[in-house]
Design a protein around this ligand. Structure first.
Ligand code: UDX
Length: 438
């Protein structure tokens, strides 16, 4: 981890022990601060008190346990305990999508109300949850409305850019820190908290900070849909999207990251945040038609992929499909908006039989598809299957013994939704290999 420890430690409260809250709390404790995390979910808090992290996130359980033992990290369901412990209070509650795509801020508003009612002295309230622009202003209003007259609140917008699967690493090695606020002393204090990172700290208004988060995720998703659109053309004209993406990305103004073509983006952030950003645009009479197209391309990408499987197998009725990977990306057990869900649904609709395997996400997927066959390892999944369909690029899938795989499958067909497997080697072994844009 690249962050060095600060010599000035603070007492911090974190409201919401979900992905962002847990990583934020654990990492701030790891940096030397004293942190209390609060959540309404009793079961989750009881597990966390024993050092059991309810999500799979590399490195997280280790630092939770370490800091519990050092007594720098504590978990509680009692918000009054947390609020009066922290000089800085991070709000990390969920901002789920409403039916119309806009962000539901009710958990955030409730948290602000509780902070206001419970705080006995001045507080810096940091919003880490992804929120629409002008939320910091709204939170400040709620805090003032419900507070005791002698208590002041300073609201800071400090968006988080961590990725699932590498959240701890991302928190400890950020590209930049964004701190949006009005009160100079509050900004200084939050900057101090991040001083060990030694990376650019951008001080902005709360509104700019809020837009930075939505715009970053929207831009990254746009890159993905853009490359997927180009990949679809590559397929038609015998070009290779991997070469094309590299050729584009080596231009420093573009960059090679986030140009992997495939079955599109999923997860708890991109789909939700782009919809919410479109709604923000609508509210302020800005037409984000570009982002609507980004979503359309993403949805279409799954359908085109299933069509590919159907074409190479000459129909899907009664075909056995070995689905490798269910999580929305590797190194997580998260299946929220995972491409696998829609792809499996489409395959089932067309009469296919599904055998599935994922190193971490099978328990979660069982709740959505209880009746498909879940296997103990990739080989069991592939045995007697008509095709291997790779959905998530887990490292273990690259390490398969493909000679053995060819022997156990009914048909030697691989459809690779992430362009992840060694294409040329697989063809040499005798597989029919189908990728996306290659
Ligand atoms: C994202 C942002 O990266 C992060 O900064 C923000 O805080 C939360 O949202 P996350 O959703 O964890 O993080 O995953 P990310 O690694 O960004 O991938 C998102 C999706 O895009 C995945 O489904 C991934 O498979 C897909 N993707 C990513 C591509 O299809 N192609 C790419 O080139 C990159």
């Amino acid at each position: 981890m690249s962050a060095s420890k600060s010599d000035y430690f603070m007492n911090i409260a974190v409201i919401g022990a979900g992905y962002v809250g847990l990583v934020t709390g654990a990492c701030l404790a790891e940096l030397g601060n004293n942190v209390v995390c609060v959540d309404i979910d009793k079961r989750k808090i009881n597990k966390l008190k024993q050092g059991k992290v309810p999500i799979y996130e590399p490195g997280l359980e280790e630092i939770v346990r370490k800091n519990l033992t050092r007594k720098r990290l504590a978990f509680t369901t009692k918000i009054e305990k947390a609020v009066n412990f922290g000089e800085i209070i991070f709000i990390c509650v969920g901002t789920p999508a409403r039916k119309d795509g806009s962000a539901d801020l009710s958990y955030l508003e409730k948290a602000a109300e509780q902070i206001a009612k419970l705080a006995k002295d001045n507080k810096i309230v940091v919003i880490k949850s992804t929120v629409p622009v002008l939320t910091a202003r709204k939170v400040h209003k709620i805090l003032k409305q419900h507070s005791k007259s002698n208590v002041e609140f300073y609201v800071i917008s400090n968006p988080e850019f961590l990725r699932e699967g590498s959240a701890v690493k991302d928190f400890m090695n950020p590209d930049r820190i964004v701190i949006g606020g009005i009160n100079k002393e509050a900004i200084r204090k939050v900057c101090e908290l991040y001083r060990p990172f030694n990376v650019p700290i951008l001080e902005t208004t709360p509104e700019s900070a809020e837009i930075i988060k939505h715009a970053s995720n929207s831009f990254l998703a746009t890159k993905i849909s853009f490359i997927n659109m180009v990949a679809n053309l590559c397929e038609k004209v015998n070009a290779n999207i991997k070469d094309v993406a590299l050729g584009i990305g080596l231009d420093k103004r573009i960059g090679t990251a986030f140009l992997n073509a495939g079955i599109g983006f999923g997860g708890s952030c991109f789909p939700k945040d782009i919809e919410a950003f479109i709604k923000v645009g609508e509210k302020h009479r800005c037409n984000f038609a570009l982002l609507k197209e980004v979503i359309k391309i993403n949805v279409r990408q799954r359908k085109l992929f299933v069509k590919k499987i159907e074409d190479v197998l000459y129909g899907l009725e009664n075909k056995t499909i070995a689905v490798l990977g269910l999580a929305f990306k590797p190194n997580t057990d998260d299946i929220r908006k995972a491409p696998a869900i829609e792809i499996i649904r489409l395959l089932l609709d067309k009469g296919a039989k599904i055998k599935a395997y994922d190193p971490k996400a099978m328990d979660n997927m069982r709740k959505i598809f209880p009746h498909i066959q879940y296997c103990n390892n990739p080989y069991e999944t592939l045995a007697n299957s008509d095709a291997m369909v790779l959905i998530t690029e887990w490292e273990e899938f690259k390490k398969l013994n493909f000679e053995k795989v060819k022997k156990i499958m009914k048909q030697a067909i691989i459809i690779d939704g992430r362009n992840y497997l060694p294409h040329n080697r697989l063809e040499r072994i005798g597989f029919t290999y189908v990728g996306v844009g290659i």
